[in-house]
Design a protein around this ligand. Structure first.
Ligand SMILES: *Cc1c(COP(=O)(O)O)cnc(C)c1O
Length: 399
């Protein structure tokens, strides 16, 4: 049987300075030059392979970036100190004062707050749309629009973007399609579906150990060089640089990403099916009842499944809080934001990670108060977890 891998991570091979099986960590902020001329050329961007100063690039950051580019199938990538440290420079690089962004309305709260409250001070306006309706997206594009922005799987409603359809629109109107793929690493490959720029918060699944924040921008060499340009690059000038020690530890964690994603997906699918069968209002893209199920199925890299995130709606914030506190007490997971940890993490989205979104808008987009977002962990015995969660649900009266 022919097996076509979704990514090229397995082909990579990096050695350490003395033949170490892990690449050496670059423990320097600055680099010496043998000739002054080469230093000048490096400043001008004309000395490939030379390092100048670690805010610009460092060997450890380049190794991690190249691994992420191999995952997404882009020419190259630039890592940053956080996911927001990847998103904000990309938008500021692509859009000038007086120009316009069309964005999905269901995006990460921090990104929403940036677009809604922060970037208008540069006279950049954003129209928030239902990204699953291409006609609405197209109708929102104006002469000033420069960027279409979305998440492949949105937070917390798990709507799936039709990346190929959005890419066709982006090409028609000469826009850049920027996709945040944080919720679906390996499962969905936005660049292969036509995204121009793919962003991740490495903080979540990719690092997977909830011990650091980090981010990455994957794209063409031309765009990544623009971001890093010493005179005009938003990543270089805004300075959200990842530390080399962190880059090397995230690189090591990436070696188990494929195994972790399969287990997260397996466990989440198991629980989603059980919860739905029990009569809970359950949202998971792997369920046939999910509005984006067919689309996800069509575009996904099958072996990695439908991802590790699901939501249930228990009716009220009081019930949600009661249930989450009990599940934490029973050691079924932690009442915490973020995702991609080995332990299950749960939070009520409306009052935590999406609290930047005003209440009326939350209601309009279908984000109700009793919605609990679960990032399902790597539990070895998910049946036992299910039984224990079910007891908690019965105790608090949501089942
Ligand atoms: C967490 C998250 C971000 C922000 O990443 P940080 O690493 O916290 O800066 C952006 N997008 C999505 C979808 C996220 O979940």
């Amino acid at each position: 049987m022919k097996f076509k891998p979704a990514d090229k991570i397995q082909d990579l091979q990096y050695f350490g300075e003395f033949g170490g099986v892990n690449p050496s960590i670059s423990d320097s902020s600055t680099y010496t030059f043998i000739s002054a001329k080469t230093m000048f050329d490096t400043f001008e961007g004309n000395a490939d392979g030379c390092y100048l100063y670690s805010r610009h690039s460092s060997p450890s950051n380049l190794y991690l970036g190249e691994t992420l580019a191999a995952m997404e199938g882009t020419e190259t990538a630039n890592v940053s100190a956080s996911g927001m440290g990847a998103i904000t420079p990309v938008l500021l690089q692509l859009v000038n004062a007086g120009e316009h962004i069309v964005s999905s309305r269901t995006i990460y709260g921090g990104t929403y707050a940036f677009l809604k409250n922060f970037i208008p001070k540069f006279n950049i306006k954003t129209t928030f749309v239902n990204i699953t309706n291409l006609a609405v997206v197209e109708a929102s594009i104006t002469e000033k629009t420069k960027v279409l922005y979305c998440e492949s799987v949105s937070n917390p409603l798990l709507e799936v973007a039709d990346i190929a359809g959005l890419s066709a629109l982006a090409k028609k109107y000469n826009l850049k399609l920027v996709v945040d793929n944080t919720f679906s690493p390996l499962s969905i490959s936005p660049a292969k579906l036509g995204a121009d720029v793919v962003i991740h918060s490495l903080t979540k699944f990719i690092n997977g150990s909830s011990d650091t924040v980090g981010g990455v921008v994957c794209g063409t060499k031309e765009f990544i060089n623009d971001l890093r340009n010493v005179n005009s690059g938003a990543s270089m000038l805004l300075g959200s640089t990842m530390d080399s020690l962190r880059a090397s530890s995230i690189l090591k964690n990436m070696r188990t990403l494929h195994l972790r994603m399969k287990q997260h997906s397996f466990n989440a699918a198991f629980l989603a099916e059980k919860f739905e069968a029990d009569g809970l209002k359950t949202v998971y893209p792997g369920l046939a009842s999910h509005p984006s199920h067919m689309l996800f199925k069509e575009i996904m890299n099958k072996e990695y499944g439908f991802g590790g995130i699901l939501t249930i709606d228990v009716g009220s914030l009081e019930k949600a809080n009661e249930l989450m506190e009990l599940m934490q007490h029973k050691n079924l997971g932690y009442l915490a934001v973020s995702l991609g940890f080995y332990k299950t993490l749960f939070s009520a989205s409306g009052s935590s990670t999406s609290s930047e979104i005003p209440k009326e808008e939350q209601v309009e987009m279908g984000l109700s108060e009793g919605l609990i977002r679960f990032s399902i962990g790597l539990d070895n015995n998910i049946e036992r977890t299910y039984q224990a969660m079910k007891s908690c649900m019965i105790s608090v009266g949501v089942l």
